[in-house]
Design a protein around this ligand. Structure first.
Ligand SMILES: [Zn+2]
Length: 242
């Protein structure tokens, strides 16, 4: 094999490598463009099915809670009266609907599906929402994205027909020389809860439950028990707490 043949082979190899790299980069750019394009055209409930899974980059998050969220949660859980239960990190879109198909419905949907509440306090018996708890920190004063998010949540809570349906409290942990103190924040939540009423709503058909009397005393019963179109036999023990 003479020198010219070796040079030709090396040139050919380099050419193949260059073409492979260019091909890969073009493919990557094509799918990236497709993801962006389909994301803006496809309704949120549909997925970008034509894009191979390998082009989405996912990895597990290291933490579910920040340390403040964790310690606040543990303290709140410890002091919370037994008729309540805490649901952490619930998407805003899980408790809010976009009312109608209007010009900005997609933007409206995107805003509530990409944000979450820190904690929801629900009634343990009926799983109805009682209070939204937002645990704010310094970033809520300086980070513009966080400030915008807070403003959106406040507007949402105060907007019709949300007004009077959703109760919210914003609390902050106190920084002390020994670290953070959660007592004051938790006590504020417990105090606020005293003014919130638990609506006895049937978790199966969402009708307002009634106190009924049976052979063993009073109990919560669903008004649809005798309904022919939508019968519902949900019952629950009646106590002073619920
Ligand atoms: Zn029911």
């Amino acid at each position: 094999m003479n020198d010219n043949t070796i040079y030709a082979l090396i040139f050919l190899l380099v050419l193949i490598v260059v073409f492979k790299i260019i091909g890969k980069s073009c493919k990557h750019r094509y799918y990236k463009k497709k993801i962006i394009q389909e994301s803006s055209e496809t309704p949120l409930h549909k997925s970008n099915d034509s894009v191979p899974f390998s082009h989405f980059a996912y990895e597990p998050k290291k933490y579910f809670f920040s340390s403040n969220e964790y310690f606040f949660y543990k303290e709140l859980e410890r002091k919370l009266p037994t008729q309540y239960i805490i649901f952490p990190k619930v998407r805003v879109g899980d408790i809010v609907n976009v009312r109608s198909i209007v010009e900005y419905d997609r933007a409206a949907l995107s805003k509530v599906t990409s944000k979450h509440f820190d904690f929801l306090i629900m009634s343990k018996d009926f799983l109805t929402l009682i209070l939204i708890v937002e645990l704010d920190d310094k970033s809520h004063d300086i980070n513009s994205a966080t400030i915008n998010r807070d403003e959106f949540i406040n507007d949402l809570i105060n907007s019709k027909p949300m007004y009077s349906k959703l109760e919210i409290i914003r609390v902050r942990c106190k920084k002390t020389t020994n670290g953070f103190d959660y007592t004051e924040a938790v006590n504020s939540v417990l105090e606020k809860l005293k003014s919130c009423s638990i609506e006895a709503i049937c978790p199966l058909c969402h009708s307002k439950l009634e106190i009924k009397t049976g052979p063993y005393g009073e109990f919560w019963g669903c008004p649809n028990y005798y309904s022919k179109t939508n019968p519902c036999d949900f019952t629950h023990n009646y106590t002073e707490d619920n």
